[in-house]
Design a protein around this ligand. Structure first.
Ligand SMILES: *[C@@H]1O[C@H](CO)[C@@H](O)[C@H](O)[C@H]1NC(C)=O
Ligand SMILES: *[C@@H]1O[C@H](CO)[C@@H](O)[C@H](O)[C@H]1NC(C)=O
Ligand SMILES: *[C@@H]1O[C@H](CO)[C@@H](O)[C@H](O)[C@H]1NC(C)=O
Length: 265
């Protein structure tokens, strides 16, 4: 399976970070991305929102926790958005905004089997990983209102998670299971509040073990979690009932030449 083409490279995002920050109140993320793709940011730099001496808040992790993640102060929110995880974490744990479903819920896509959480735990990177996952959750939450209207309010996001070739060693490493279930437990209220559905494809034996491990932490949404095995002929028609073809990559049944809206990693 070919990895997804990353439309914004990491360094590109880094270079633009101050501009992103300062316009973030004025533009929604897809607009920023469209402008980036059009090389249209000189107008932003020259506009009155741009102030190169404006204070960029630094991250104070003692202000962060899963309980209040969706209620952070403006400064803490900006600081979390601006967080640059070390150890190549973004490249190791990628996620992307694929598009929007028929009800305008944002669709976030994750290749779950490529997230080697065991490696992060073994290398004692859990503190940074947890901040990174909080930042990711913050992006999920912030993406929700993008296409919301007063008549058709959007309050949740949907997820497509691919566990192709998940390895058994990933789900039996006890410190990793403890770390992951600890986070899930702390984030359970956010999951219940903001997850409108999760579609798991290419679930193998290891994935089924994983699903049984996390089941108690996802009680509130389990009726909205759909787990499909490796048989593309079975899951693809089901996926296509829920996800428009222009919102998912071709290998899930989407259009050829598909481009995600935003890629993180
Ligand atoms: C460039 O960005 C500005 C500010 O967001 C916007 O008003 C303008 O329409 C954009 N121009 C193009 C050609 O996309
Ligand atoms: C730019 O930001 C600094 C620090 O926040 C502030 O003192 C200054 O007045 C701002 N300048 C403009 C033009 O907004
Ligand atoms: C972080 O926040 C705590 C509580 O508000 C404060 O006591 C501490 O000084 C802050 N640390 C930094 C480095 O700003």
């Amino acid at each position: 399976m070919k990895p997804l083409t990353v439309i914004i490279s990491h360094t590109f995002v880094c270079k633009l970070a101050p501009v992103f920050l300062l316009v973030s109140t004025a533009l929604s993320a897809p607009e920023i991305l469209r402008n980036v793709n059009n090389n249209n940011f000189t107008t932003q730099q020259n506009d009155e929102n741009f102030n190169s001496t404006k204070h960029i808040p630094s991250l104070n992790i003692s202000h962060l926790n899963w309980q209040i993640l969706d209620k952070l102060s403006f400064e803490d929110g900006v600081a979390l958005e601006n967080y640059k995880a070390p150890y190549d974490i973004p490249k190791r744990y990628m996620y992307y905004l694929g598009g929007y479903n028929h009800e305008n819920l944002p669709i976030w896509i994750i290749k779950g089997s490529e997230w080697d959480i065991v490696e992060g735990v073994r290398k004692a990177q859990t503190a940074e990983l947890e901040i990174y996952f909080m930042q990711m959750a913050q992006r999920f939450i912030k993406s929700i209102p993008a296409r919301s209207t007063p008549d058709n309010p959007v309050t949740k996001a949907v997820f497509l998670v691919d566990f192709a070739d998940l390895q058994y060693r990933q789900v039996i490493h006890l410190p990793t299971v403890t770390f992951a279930t600890g986070m899930l437990s702390a984030a359970a209220h956010l999951i219940e509040k903001y997850v409108g559905g999760a579609y798991v494809v290419n679930a193998n034996f290891a994935t089924r073990i994983l699903v049984n491990i996390v089941r108690p932490f996802l009680e509130g949404i389990f009726s909205k979690v759909f787990v499909y095995g490796n048989d593309k002929a079975i899951w693809m028609p089901e996926i296509l009932k829920v996800f428009p073809k222009n919102s998912i990559p071709a290998w899930y049944g989407g259009e050829k030449g598909y481009k995600p809206v935003e890629v993180y990693g």
